[in-house]
Design a protein around this ligand. Sequence first.
Ligand code: FMN
Length: 212
Amino acid sequence: MPDLFSLRREYSMGALSFDDLDRNPVHQFQKWFEQICMSGMPDPTSMIFSSCGRDMRPSARILLLKEFSDEGFSFFSHYQSRKGSQIQENPYGSMLFAWHFLERQVRIEGKIEKQSEKKSDQYFENRPVTSRIGAWTSPQSQEIPSRAFLEEREKEFTRQFKPDAIPRPPGWGGYILRPDRFEFWQGRESRLHDRFEYRLEGGKWKIVRLAP
Ligand SMILES: Cc1cc2nc3c(=O)[nH]c(=O)nc-3n(C[C@H](O)[C@H](O)[C@H](O)COP(=O)(O)O)c2cc1C
């Protein structure tokens, strides 16, 4: 077992200054996103999504980002899952992209809405057959008796649907987070990291530097 107290390293791969930043945070995200995709880091679209229901207890899990634009940042999931219930109770959430390969993190916060049925259908139709069957098979976040329960359901739904006619389950679809806050973090030497926050104020993005 390593000594956790002494596990640490310096961050020195880059720097971020006000002049480097695009005034539009989505464009800034795109710039960094393209760089992390080129870096060879696995799963560059994975992010930690946090939500908090009316019990005021935040919870976090990894999800895959499926689309982003000035409109917002999208992911797909089960509406009856734990996150689904939390979003229904409190439609605010946060996404954290931990881009270790470039010593960076990006935080995005905002209000969440369900995607349109059309958008959810479009994405669902794009998924491989096994994932489409999987969406029917798994009552996500519900307690289940065994693995065999899942395997039986998988067989059942595979029998029930033709591979080219698997409908989207009504309880499965997209969400879009409409950001009102971004933070771009670049690791620096001696823990004097660069942090810039974009805040949406009166329809305009205000950019401020934060202490690390
Ligand atoms: C790399 C990775 C990617 C994942 N992507 C998704 C995803 O896009 N959508 C999803 O619903 N769950 C995804 N999961 C599973 C979630 O982390 C989580 O277990 C699930 O959504 C249930 O969360 P909940 O009970 O908090 O609702 C992913 C897990 C990992 C490790």
